[in-house]
Design a protein around this ligand. Structure first.
Ligand code: NAP
Length: 246
């Protein structure tokens, strides 16, 4: 399957590391004009050194006013990947206001704000567009110590459906990907210790965690016209874990 994005402008949030970083690289390789947005300038500098044709945008998405300026500054966008998120682990009985507020802000509020700015432009231009929200298996099953993270990802799935409902008539498709643990910096936060990793792998029929590339390929498929009838879908990339109920 040959996917090309020539003539399309893409914005990827959380582009400094992990899934976002590799999404930027593959989008650029497939011909898109890519804006890579993230929080740490040195990550963006090293990404730009690897892929000189991209544009970089350094902003902390938890800052509403700076985010508005930064995203509006990108101009018209055809393809949006809402990938930035944080995971701070706390057991349910120890959830703090600080972690709740910050995580909701970074994982949910900014996704709404960035999508509003981008989708308003898509509506004005009347050419449609595609948005992929990077959710998680954490929206579909309970995960110990992931109370707030799971809640934010369930919110992302809910947003995917309401955005798909309201933007679909304007030819803007919105879908999410819901990966299991992926081998990135974030993946290591909860799952690097064998006593955590092994029981989780046993719940996954394929018996392993996902590689970054296995998520990026699905993101590009959902951005592309190859998925032109898909809208409002929350697509597990979890080796069968959520559908087998183990
Ligand atoms: P990662 O390696 O931690 O990378 C996340 C990127 O997002 C980093 O570049 C980070 O920048 C950026 N970011 C975080 N907060 C930001 C903010 N406030 N403003 C701007 N940028 C910000 O994470 P990942 O594993 O690639 O995760 C990407 C997405 O996949 C997330 O939505 C995550 O929830 C989801 N996911 C991950 C896994 C997993 O196991 N890894 C599983 C399922 C779903 P800094 O490093 O500079 O903060």
């Amino acid at each position: 399957m040959d996917i090309r994005f020539d003539g399309k402008k893409a914005l990827v949030t959380g582009a400094g590391k992990g899934i976002g970083r590799d999404t930027v690289k593959l989008l650029a390789k497939c011909g898109a004009d890519v804006y890579a947005l993230s929080r740490t300038q040195s990550d963006l500098d090293s990404l730009k050194a690897e892929v000189p044709e991209i544009k970089t945008v350094c902003v902390d998405l938890s800052d509403w006013d700076s985010t508005k300026v930064a995203v509006e500054g990108c101009g018209p966008i055809d393809l949006l990947v809402n990938n930035a998120a944080i995971a701070k682990l706390e057991p349910f009985l120890e959830v703090t206001k600080e972690v709740f507020d910050l995580t909701m802000n970074v994982n949910v509020r900014q996704l709404i704000q960035v999508s509003q700015i981008v989708a308003r432009g898509m509506v004005e231009r009347g050419l449609g567009g595609s948005i992929v929200n990077v959710s998680s298996q954490a929206s579909l099953v309970g995960l110990t110590n992931h109370t707030v993270y799971c809640a934010t990802k369930a919110a992302v799935d809910s947003l995917t459906k309401t955005m798909a409902l309201e933007l679909g008539p304007k030819n803007i498709r919105v879908n999410s990907v819901n990966p299991t643990v992926v081998n990135t910096a974030m993946g290591k936060i909860g799952w690097s210790k064998p006593e955590k990793a092994e029981p989780m792998k046993r719940r996954i029929p394929l018996g392993r965690f996902a590689e970054v590339e296995e998520v990026v390929h699905v993101i590009l498929f959902l951005l592309s016209d190859k998925s032109s009838m898909m809208n409002g879908t929350c697509l597990p990339i979890d080796g069968g874990m959520s559908s087998t109920g183990v």
